[in-house]
Ligand binder design. Sequence first.
Ligand code: GAR
Length: 188
Amino acid sequence: MSVRLGVMASGRGSNFLAIQSEIEQATLDAEIALLISDRSNAPALKQAEKRHVPAKTFPYDKSDRAAFEKSAGDAIDAAGCDYIVLAGFMRILTPYFIERFSGRILNIHPSLLPSFKGLHPQRQALEAGVKFSGCTVHLVTTDLDDGPILAQAVVPVLDDDTEESLSTRILKQEHRLYAEAIRGLSSK
Ligand code: GAR
């Protein structure tokens, strides 16, 4: 059965686009019912408009995170979303939001978790000298970049890699992996 998704994105939105493309090609039986951004100038919003995906922006005020989360959560419920897909959403969600949608929030992180949590995971991988890195799709819990792992993809780290070249190699896998993980979900 088709899964209804609410996608949350702060920036470029290439993971959002990759998921939407699989939906349009009918290789993923899902619908993005709503794209939510915390930034009114996020390129992801323009992409949503081009693809006719409903989108909303809710301003994010660090001193009142509850306001953003209440508005975003209510919009997600109103759109009837089964799951929330974090696709480059660069804000830390509070336990209020995570518990409201417990077991229904997915995140993608560009490292092989539990290694290299937090910011700049590709840089962290290069600095650690690992020979392989990759990306992870996991369920979100109240611990940062933690929670049950749904899918992982591995890429080699090459001797001459820069943060940018490694990020590009990982991102290619992210675009395939997110849809694969969503295919493994069932709707309510
Ligand atoms: C992706 O590489 C994603 O894994 C990362 O941000 C990028 C967003 O790209 N997310 C995180 O680091 C979350 N901790 P996109 O906007 O093109 O999808």
